[in-house]
Design a binder for this molecule. Structure first.
Ligand SMILES: [Zn+2]
Ligand SMILES: [Zn+2]
Length: 411
């Protein structure tokens, strides 16, 4: 059965107002500005299916939590300790732990798919909780976190999260002795969490190697490219605006031109660093971002190209066709693929919002697949893209000192 979710970015579910909001008392995941709009949503049945889904998921999660607590004879305050005990949470040792993890997963997923501000705030708390769990192996941890951050407009933080996770995963797979291996992850997990929940600038202190693209997984490459496309949109719009700016300021009131200019940026990066980016060589920035997109796309495509076919299919059908829960029978590669498909489900609407990105994927996919088949690994065009990539870093990282790469809220 196909499920269709609608994402709303603003306050009231019906009108978008941000005043006097109160939550739907059944699911807590959407808000209304007043009784009128609550009635309207109830009578029209607009919110019924998703309200049921979230209400059901929360009820299941609650009963799984209760069963878990009574199994160990613990209360609310002791729960976090149990959850961070890897022997208890091992997928194989305790059916209550599995039930707990699965229901937590599903609850986070339905909240993220709903995507309202209130739902995202709730989802964020659950996803943070997942980061505390050891042995949490749904394969969706990164997909959940990147989706929550992206939907909340935190693209810089999301970028940083991807970079951090990528390095951790990479070293976990290939180099157990390395400083950045699993121990590194567990040593820094609390710092990371503290960084996300209280003080985003803490992330800055984590050492991030300069090449975040080695062994990029589809699940992280997918949101990473979405971020790049969003930045690209903003840069192009800014450049178009600059081209007609003289005309506008000559004909219109100067203030109106400034208002239009300010209305363009949609992304966190461009909004916060508006002045710096306006002064930069935008066409050059666009060119380098294009090279970075191509390089990243090839990396993801080389790992798994079917993820892109899945994306295009979802956009064409305008619906989610996959089941919401990974069958527990799926193991190994199958399970991994299933969680990659779910990662696509979380983000396809955001891709659909950028037609130029969809067009790009449609056009480049057949070529990329042929190229990867033909050359197997890297050829000169890869190297060229890699050079541009470094050039882009060279452009962005000095800007970090000027404040372009700030993390979360500017302090
Ligand atoms: Zn309203
Ligand atoms: Zn509701």
């Amino acid at each position: 059965m196909a499920t269709c979710y609608v994402r709303r970015r603003t306050g009231c579910y019906v009108c978008g107002s941000n005043f006097n909001l109160f939550a739907c008392d059944r699911c807590l995941a959407i808000e209304y500005c007043g009784k009128d709009h609550q009635k309207h949503a109830q009578n029209s049945g607009l919110h019924t299916a998703e309200c049921d889904a979230i209400h059901g998921a929360r009820r299941d999660f609650q009963s799984a939590t209760d069963a878990f607590k009574s199994f160990y004879g613990i209360d609310e305050t002791e729960l976090p300790n149990i959850l961070s005990d890897s022997t208890v949470m091992s997928q194989y040792s305790n059916p209550h732990a599995i039930e707990y993890l699965n229901s937590l997963n599903l609850l986070a997923e339905v909240l993220i798919k709903l995507g309202s501000p209130a739902a995202l705030r709730l989802a964020y708390e659950h996803v943070l909780e997942m980061h505390i769990l050891d042995d949490m192996n749904s394969g969706l941890l990164e997909s959940f976190m990147t989706a929550v951050l992206l939907f909340q407009g935190e693209d810089q933080l999301c970028f940083q999260y991807i970079t951090f996770s990528q390095n951790t995963i990479h070293d976990d797979d290939y180099n157990d002795d390395d400083d950045m291996g699993p121990d590194y992850w567990s040593d820094h997990k609390e710092t990371l969490l503290a960084g996300f929940s209280n003080q985003p600038s803490v992330l800055k202190q984590l050492s991030i190697p300069m090449d975040p693209y080695e062994g990029l997984t589809p699940k992280l490459g997918f949101p990473l490219l979405l971020i790049f496309f969003r930045w690209m949109e903003d840069l192009k719009n800014l450049e178009n605006f600059r081209n007609v700016e003289l005309h506008l300021t000559g004909r219109l009131n100067f203030d109106i031109a400034r208002i239009i200019e300010k209305a363009i940026p949609q992304t966190d990066l461009v909004r916060k660093q508006f002045k710096t980016i306006l002064r930069a060589d935008i066409p050059e920035l666009i060119k380098k971002l294009q090279a970075r997109i191509e390089y990243t796309f090839l990396l993801v495509c080389m790992e798994e190209s079917y993820i892109w076919h899945q994306l295009l299919e979802s956009i064409e059908n305008r619906e989610i066709t996959e089941p919401a829960v990974t069958p527990p029978t799926e193991v190994g590669d199958e399970r991994n693929r299933a969680s990659e498909r779910r990662a696509v489900q979380l983000l396809w609407r955001s891709w659909a919002e950028i037609p130029s990105a969809v067009k790009y994927v449609r056009e480049i996919l057949p070529r990329a697949e042929k190229q990867i088949e033909g050359v197997q690994c890297r050829d000169t065009s890869w190297e060229a893209a890699r050079d541009s990539d470094i050039a882009l870093d060279a452009l962005f990282y000095p800007l970090a000192k000027a404040g372009v790469w700030t993390f979360g809220n500017d302090v």
